[in-house]
Design a protein around this ligand. Structure first.
Ligand SMILES: Cc1cc2nc3c(=O)[nH]c(=O)nc-3n(C[C@H](O)[C@H](O)[C@H](O)COP(=O)(O)OP(=O)(O)OC[C@H]3O[C@@H](n4cnc5c(N)ncnc54)[C@H](O)[C@@H]3O)c2cc1C
Length: 315
Protein backbone atom coordinates (compact mmCIF):
# COMPACT_ATOMS: atom_id res chain seq x y z
CA UNK A 1 0.00 0.00 0.00
CA UNK A 2 1.17 3.54 -0.74
CA UNK A 3 2.57 5.37 2.27
CA UNK A 4 0.31 8.14 3.56
CA UNK A 5 2.11 10.58 5.88
CA UNK A 6 0.35 11.99 8.93
CA UNK A 7 1.78 15.38 8.01
CA UNK A 8 4.08 16.92 5.43
CA UNK A 9 5.74 20.22 6.25
CA UNK A 10 6.96 22.39 3.37
CA UNK A 11 9.98 24.61 4.10
CA UNK A 12 12.76 23.83 6.57
CA UNK A 13 12.97 27.20 8.32
CA UNK A 14 12.08 27.86 11.98
CA UNK A 15 8.36 27.27 11.33
CA UNK A 16 8.91 24.00 9.45
CA UNK A 17 11.45 22.66 11.94
CA UNK A 18 9.29 23.49 14.98
CA UNK A 19 6.23 22.01 13.29
CA UNK A 20 7.82 18.62 12.57
CA UNK A 21 9.44 18.50 16.01
CA UNK A 22 6.24 19.44 17.87
CA UNK A 23 4.22 17.04 15.73
CA UNK A 24 6.48 14.11 16.65
CA UNK A 25 6.59 15.11 20.31
CA UNK A 26 2.78 15.17 20.31
CA UNK A 27 2.50 11.68 18.85
CA UNK A 28 2.38 12.05 15.07
CA UNK A 29 4.18 8.92 13.79
CA UNK A 30 4.88 9.59 10.20
CA UNK A 31 6.01 13.14 9.43
CA UNK A 32 8.10 14.46 6.53
CA UNK A 33 9.93 17.77 6.12
CA UNK A 34 10.55 18.94 2.53
CA UNK A 35 13.15 21.66 1.93
CA UNK A 36 14.18 23.23 -1.35
CA UNK A 37 17.76 24.06 -0.28
CA UNK A 38 20.61 21.63 0.36
CA UNK A 39 20.08 22.02 4.11
CA UNK A 40 17.48 23.48 6.49
CA UNK A 41 17.19 27.21 7.33
CA UNK A 42 18.14 28.78 4.00
CA UNK A 43 17.08 32.29 5.11
CA UNK A 44 19.43 32.11 8.08
CA UNK A 45 22.26 30.61 6.02
CA UNK A 46 22.00 33.05 3.10
CA UNK A 47 20.89 36.32 4.65
CA UNK A 48 22.45 36.33 8.15
CA UNK A 49 26.06 37.43 8.12
CA UNK A 50 28.55 35.03 9.76
CA UNK A 51 28.68 35.56 13.51
CA UNK A 52 25.43 37.56 13.47
CA UNK A 53 23.79 38.05 16.83
CA UNK A 54 20.36 36.36 16.73
CA UNK A 55 17.90 38.13 19.00
CA UNK A 56 15.01 36.32 20.63
CA UNK A 57 13.24 39.67 21.04
CA UNK A 58 13.03 40.80 17.45
CA UNK A 59 11.29 43.91 16.15
CA UNK A 60 9.23 44.07 19.37
CA UNK A 61 7.28 40.95 18.34
CA UNK A 62 6.07 38.15 20.64
CA UNK A 63 9.20 36.85 22.38
CA UNK A 64 7.80 34.12 24.71
CA UNK A 65 7.80 30.64 23.26
CA UNK A 66 4.48 28.89 23.89
CA UNK A 67 5.20 25.36 22.71
CA UNK A 68 7.76 22.67 23.49
CA UNK A 69 10.40 24.12 21.14
CA UNK A 70 12.28 26.78 23.04
CA UNK A 71 14.51 29.52 21.69
CA UNK A 72 17.48 31.44 23.06
CA UNK A 73 19.54 34.48 22.11
CA UNK A 74 22.61 33.35 20.20
CA UNK A 75 24.46 33.69 16.93
CA UNK A 76 23.83 32.51 13.39
CA UNK A 77 26.04 29.49 14.08
CA UNK A 78 24.53 28.56 17.48
CA UNK A 79 21.03 28.89 16.01
CA UNK A 80 21.87 26.56 13.11
CA UNK A 81 23.48 24.07 15.53
CA UNK A 82 20.38 24.21 17.72
CA UNK A 83 18.11 23.48 14.75
CA UNK A 84 20.44 20.63 13.64
CA UNK A 85 20.09 19.12 17.10
CA UNK A 86 16.29 19.47 17.13
CA UNK A 87 16.08 17.59 13.84
CA UNK A 88 18.60 14.92 14.89
CA UNK A 89 17.16 14.36 18.38
CA UNK A 90 13.63 14.28 16.96
CA UNK A 91 14.75 11.68 14.37
CA UNK A 92 13.02 13.80 11.76
CA UNK A 93 12.61 12.46 8.27
CA UNK A 94 13.76 15.35 6.03
CA UNK A 95 14.36 15.59 2.30
CA UNK A 96 16.66 18.39 1.13
CA UNK A 97 17.05 19.66 -2.44
CA UNK A 98 13.36 18.89 -2.71
CA UNK A 99 11.42 21.91 -3.91
CA UNK A 100 7.67 21.55 -3.65
CA UNK A 101 5.95 22.60 -6.86
CA UNK A 102 2.33 22.43 -5.76
CA UNK A 103 -0.26 20.44 -3.80
CA UNK A 104 -3.66 19.03 -4.59
CA UNK A 105 -6.32 17.62 -2.32
CA UNK A 106 -8.46 14.69 -3.45
CA UNK A 107 -11.01 13.58 -0.89
CA UNK A 108 -9.29 13.64 2.48
CA UNK A 109 -5.76 13.20 1.16
CA UNK A 110 -3.23 15.73 -0.21
CA UNK A 111 -0.77 15.00 -3.00
CA UNK A 112 2.40 17.04 -2.55
CA UNK A 113 4.22 17.38 -5.87
CA UNK A 114 8.00 17.77 -6.00
CA UNK A 115 10.66 17.25 -8.67
CA UNK A 116 11.54 14.05 -6.77
CA UNK A 117 8.03 12.65 -7.00
CA UNK A 118 4.70 12.99 -5.18
CA UNK A 119 3.92 12.27 -1.54
CA UNK A 120 0.54 11.61 0.07
CA UNK A 121 -0.47 13.06 3.41
CA UNK A 122 -3.38 13.88 5.69
CA UNK A 123 -2.15 17.36 6.72
CA UNK A 124 0.08 19.93 5.03
CA UNK A 125 1.80 22.87 6.72
CA UNK A 126 3.46 25.49 4.51
CA UNK A 127 6.26 27.66 5.92
CA UNK A 128 8.31 28.76 2.95
CA UNK A 129 9.10 32.28 4.21
CA UNK A 130 9.49 35.41 2.12
CA UNK A 131 13.22 35.53 1.46
CA UNK A 132 13.09 33.16 -1.53
CA UNK A 133 12.12 36.36 -3.30
CA UNK A 134 14.03 39.29 -1.77
CA UNK A 135 12.38 42.62 -2.61
CA UNK A 136 13.93 44.43 -5.53
CA UNK A 137 13.67 48.11 -6.39
CA UNK A 138 11.11 49.19 -8.99
CA UNK A 139 13.69 50.71 -11.35
CA UNK A 140 15.66 48.46 -13.68
CA UNK A 141 19.02 47.14 -12.56
CA UNK A 142 21.46 47.07 -15.52
CA UNK A 143 22.27 43.35 -16.04
CA UNK A 144 25.96 44.24 -16.47
CA UNK A 145 25.98 45.22 -12.76
CA UNK A 146 24.58 41.90 -11.48
CA UNK A 147 27.83 40.97 -9.71
CA UNK A 148 27.93 44.18 -7.69
CA UNK A 149 24.23 44.66 -6.98
CA UNK A 150 23.51 42.29 -4.11
CA UNK A 151 20.73 41.32 -1.69
CA UNK A 152 22.95 39.78 1.02
CA UNK A 153 26.60 39.87 2.08
CA UNK A 154 27.74 36.90 -0.02
CA UNK A 155 30.34 38.11 -2.47
CA UNK A 156 31.39 41.19 -0.45
CA UNK A 157 35.10 41.94 -0.08
CA UNK A 158 37.13 44.34 2.05
CA UNK A 159 38.37 47.73 0.85
CA UNK A 160 35.27 48.61 -1.17
CA UNK A 161 33.02 51.65 -1.22
CA UNK A 162 29.54 50.24 -0.57
CA UNK A 163 26.01 51.65 -0.40
CA UNK A 164 23.57 49.71 1.80
CA UNK A 165 19.90 50.52 1.14
CA UNK A 166 17.19 49.93 3.76
CA UNK A 167 15.99 51.05 7.17
CA UNK A 168 15.41 47.78 9.01
CA UNK A 169 17.55 45.61 11.27
CA UNK A 170 19.07 43.68 8.35
CA UNK A 171 20.24 46.87 6.65
CA UNK A 172 21.68 48.21 9.91
CA UNK A 173 23.52 44.97 10.68
CA UNK A 174 24.89 44.70 7.14
CA UNK A 175 26.09 48.34 7.23
CA UNK A 176 27.81 48.02 10.61
CA UNK A 177 29.47 44.72 9.70
CA UNK A 178 30.72 46.00 6.33
CA UNK A 179 32.03 49.22 7.93
CA UNK A 180 34.68 47.16 9.71
CA UNK A 181 36.74 46.95 6.52
CA UNK A 182 34.95 49.05 3.88
CA UNK A 183 33.80 52.62 3.29
CA UNK A 184 30.06 52.28 3.83
CA UNK A 185 27.05 54.54 3.42
CA UNK A 186 23.62 53.52 4.75
CA UNK A 187 20.77 55.06 2.77
CA UNK A 188 17.19 55.10 4.07
CA UNK A 189 14.34 56.93 2.39
CA UNK A 190 12.89 58.16 5.70
CA UNK A 191 14.37 60.93 7.87
CA UNK A 192 14.56 58.64 10.94
CA UNK A 193 14.99 54.92 11.66
CA UNK A 194 11.75 53.64 13.19
CA UNK A 195 12.17 49.87 12.96
CA UNK A 196 15.60 49.29 14.51
CA UNK A 197 16.02 47.44 17.77
CA UNK A 198 17.97 49.23 20.48
CA UNK A 199 21.27 47.41 19.89
CA UNK A 200 21.27 48.05 16.16
CA UNK A 201 20.25 51.70 16.56
CA UNK A 202 23.05 52.24 19.08
CA UNK A 203 25.65 50.57 16.82
CA UNK A 204 24.58 52.55 13.75
CA UNK A 205 24.94 55.88 15.55
CA UNK A 206 28.15 54.83 17.31
CA UNK A 207 29.73 53.97 13.94
CA UNK A 208 28.28 57.10 12.30
CA UNK A 209 29.51 59.39 15.10
CA UNK A 210 32.98 57.82 14.90
CA UNK A 211 33.05 58.59 11.16
CA UNK A 212 33.12 54.87 10.28
CA UNK A 213 29.68 54.86 8.63
CA UNK A 214 28.05 57.56 6.56
CA UNK A 215 24.26 58.02 6.79
CA UNK A 216 22.06 59.29 3.99
CA UNK A 217 18.64 59.70 5.60
CA UNK A 218 15.52 61.07 3.90
CA UNK A 219 17.01 60.21 0.51
CA UNK A 220 15.87 57.55 -1.94
CA UNK A 221 17.64 55.82 -4.81
CA UNK A 222 15.83 56.37 -8.12
CA UNK A 223 18.10 54.55 -10.55
CA UNK A 224 21.42 52.86 -11.25
CA UNK A 225 23.84 53.22 -14.18
CA UNK A 226 26.96 51.30 -15.10
CA UNK A 227 29.97 53.65 -14.94
CA UNK A 228 33.00 51.65 -16.12
CA UNK A 229 31.89 48.57 -14.17
CA UNK A 230 31.09 50.58 -11.04
CA UNK A 231 27.61 51.46 -9.78
CA UNK A 232 26.50 55.03 -10.40
CA UNK A 233 23.65 55.60 -7.94
CA UNK A 234 21.14 58.33 -8.73
CA UNK A 235 19.28 59.84 -5.76
CA UNK A 236 15.92 61.62 -5.68
CA UNK A 237 17.54 65.00 -4.86
CA UNK A 238 19.20 64.96 -8.30
CA UNK A 239 22.64 63.95 -6.95
CA UNK A 240 24.55 60.83 -7.93
CA UNK A 241 27.52 58.95 -6.55
CA UNK A 242 29.75 56.08 -7.63
CA UNK A 243 30.11 52.93 -5.48
CA UNK A 244 31.93 49.62 -5.95
CA UNK A 245 28.85 47.77 -4.73
CA UNK A 246 25.25 48.33 -3.64
CA UNK A 247 23.37 46.06 -1.24
CA UNK A 248 19.60 46.16 -0.92
CA UNK A 249 18.24 44.95 2.43
CA UNK A 250 14.59 45.75 1.85
CA UNK A 251 12.87 42.53 2.94
CA UNK A 252 11.06 39.90 0.94
CA UNK A 253 7.57 39.27 -0.39
CA UNK A 254 4.87 36.66 -0.05
CA UNK A 255 5.22 33.88 -2.68
CA UNK A 256 1.73 34.55 -4.03
CA UNK A 257 2.04 32.36 -7.14
CA UNK A 258 3.08 29.32 -5.11
CA UNK A 259 0.28 29.76 -2.57
CA UNK A 260 -2.30 30.20 -5.32
CA UNK A 261 -0.99 27.09 -7.07
CA UNK A 262 -1.69 25.27 -3.80
CA UNK A 263 -5.29 26.50 -4.01
CA UNK A 264 -4.92 28.99 -1.15
CA UNK A 265 -7.20 32.02 -1.31
CA UNK A 266 -5.48 35.39 -0.88
CA UNK A 267 -6.97 38.69 0.29
CA UNK A 268 -6.57 42.03 -1.51
CA UNK A 269 -3.27 42.65 0.34
CA UNK A 270 -1.83 39.42 -1.15
CA UNK A 271 -1.98 37.72 2.24
CA UNK A 272 -3.25 34.13 2.57
CA UNK A 273 -6.71 34.00 4.14
CA UNK A 274 -6.32 32.04 7.39
CA UNK A 275 -8.48 31.35 10.42
CA UNK A 276 -7.32 31.81 14.02
CA UNK A 277 -5.58 28.40 13.88
CA UNK A 278 -3.68 29.35 10.70
CA UNK A 279 -5.82 26.97 8.65
CA UNK A 280 -6.61 27.98 5.06
CA UNK A 281 -10.06 27.53 3.59
CA UNK A 282 -8.94 24.01 2.61
CA UNK A 283 -9.34 21.83 5.71
CA UNK A 284 -6.05 20.30 6.78
CA UNK A 285 -3.91 22.88 4.94
CA UNK A 286 -2.08 25.36 7.21
CA UNK A 287 0.30 28.26 6.67
CA UNK A 288 2.74 29.63 9.28
CA UNK A 289 5.87 31.66 9.94
CA UNK A 290 6.77 34.73 7.90
CA UNK A 291 4.21 34.11 5.15
CA UNK A 292 1.39 34.11 7.70
CA UNK A 293 2.61 37.29 9.35
CA UNK A 294 1.56 40.82 8.45
CA UNK A 295 4.31 42.34 10.55
CA UNK A 296 7.34 40.65 9.02
CA UNK A 297 7.74 37.81 11.50
CA UNK A 298 10.49 36.49 13.72
CA UNK A 299 11.87 33.14 14.83
CA UNK A 300 9.78 33.05 18.01
CA UNK A 301 6.64 33.99 16.07
CA UNK A 302 7.38 31.09 13.67
CA UNK A 303 7.88 28.64 16.58
CA UNK A 304 4.62 29.81 18.18
CA UNK A 305 2.76 29.39 14.88
CA UNK A 306 3.99 25.78 14.76
CA UNK A 307 2.69 25.20 18.28
CA UNK A 308 -0.68 26.76 17.39
CA UNK A 309 -1.16 24.49 14.36
CA UNK A 310 -0.12 21.25 16.08
CA UNK A 311 -2.14 21.99 19.26
CA UNK A 312 -5.21 22.66 17.14
CA UNK A 313 -4.87 19.40 15.20
CA UNK A 314 -4.30 17.40 18.40
CA UNK A 315 -7.36 18.97 19.98
C1 LIG B 1 18.99 39.45 7.67
C2 LIG B 1 17.92 38.96 8.61
C3 LIG B 1 18.14 39.01 9.98
C4 LIG B 1 17.17 38.50 10.88
N1 LIG B 1 17.45 38.49 12.23
C5 LIG B 1 16.54 37.93 13.10
C6 LIG B 1 16.79 37.84 14.51
O1 LIG B 1 17.86 38.25 15.02
N2 LIG B 1 15.84 37.29 15.32
C7 LIG B 1 14.64 36.82 14.81
O2 LIG B 1 13.81 36.33 15.60
N3 LIG B 1 14.36 36.90 13.49
C8 LIG B 1 15.28 37.43 12.62
N4 LIG B 1 14.99 37.50 11.29
C9 LIG B 1 13.68 37.00 10.82
C10 LIG B 1 13.65 35.46 10.78
O3 LIG B 1 14.79 34.98 10.06
C11 LIG B 1 12.38 34.98 10.10
O4 LIG B 1 11.26 35.56 10.76
C12 LIG B 1 12.29 33.44 10.16
O5 LIG B 1 13.40 32.85 9.51
C13 LIG B 1 10.98 32.97 9.50
O6 LIG B 1 10.94 31.57 9.51
P1 LIG B 1 10.06 30.75 8.42
O7 LIG B 1 10.20 29.33 8.81
O8 LIG B 1 8.70 31.36 8.31
O9 LIG B 1 10.73 31.04 7.01
P2 LIG B 1 12.24 30.93 6.49
O10 LIG B 1 13.20 31.01 7.61
O11 LIG B 1 12.35 31.95 5.42
O12 LIG B 1 12.35 29.46 5.90
C14 LIG B 1 11.67 29.08 4.74
C15 LIG B 1 12.32 27.83 4.18
O13 LIG B 1 11.47 27.33 3.12
C16 LIG B 1 12.29 26.87 2.05
N5 LIG B 1 11.47 26.88 0.82
C17 LIG B 1 11.09 27.96 0.08
N6 LIG B 1 10.33 27.56 -0.96
C18 LIG B 1 10.22 26.21 -0.87
C19 LIG B 1 9.55 25.22 -1.66
N7 LIG B 1 8.81 25.54 -2.73
N8 LIG B 1 9.68 23.92 -1.31
C20 LIG B 1 10.40 23.56 -0.20
N9 LIG B 1 11.05 24.46 0.58
C21 LIG B 1 10.95 25.77 0.25
C22 LIG B 1 13.43 27.89 2.03
O14 LIG B 1 14.55 27.37 1.35
C23 LIG B 1 13.68 28.10 3.54
O15 LIG B 1 14.65 27.20 4.06
C24 LIG B 1 15.94 38.00 10.39
C25 LIG B 1 15.69 37.99 8.99
C26 LIG B 1 16.68 38.46 8.11
C27 LIG B 1 16.41 38.39 6.63
Amino acid sequence: MENIYDAIVIGGGPFGIATVVEAKRKGFQNVLLLEKGDNHSQTIRKFYKDGKRVDKVYKGLDSDTKGSVEFFDGTKESTLNYFDKLLDDGKIDALFNCEVEGIKKTGEIFDVHTAKGSFKTKYVMIGIGKMGKPNKPEYKIPPSLNQVVNFNLNGCNCGEEILVVGGGNSAAEYAVELSKCNKVTLCYRKEKFTRLNEINETSVFEYANAGKLKLKLGLDVVGLDNENGLVKVNFNDGSSQIYDRIIYAIGGSTPVDFLQKCGIEMNSDSQPILDENLQTKTLGLFVGGDIASRTGGSIVVALNDAHKVISYIIK
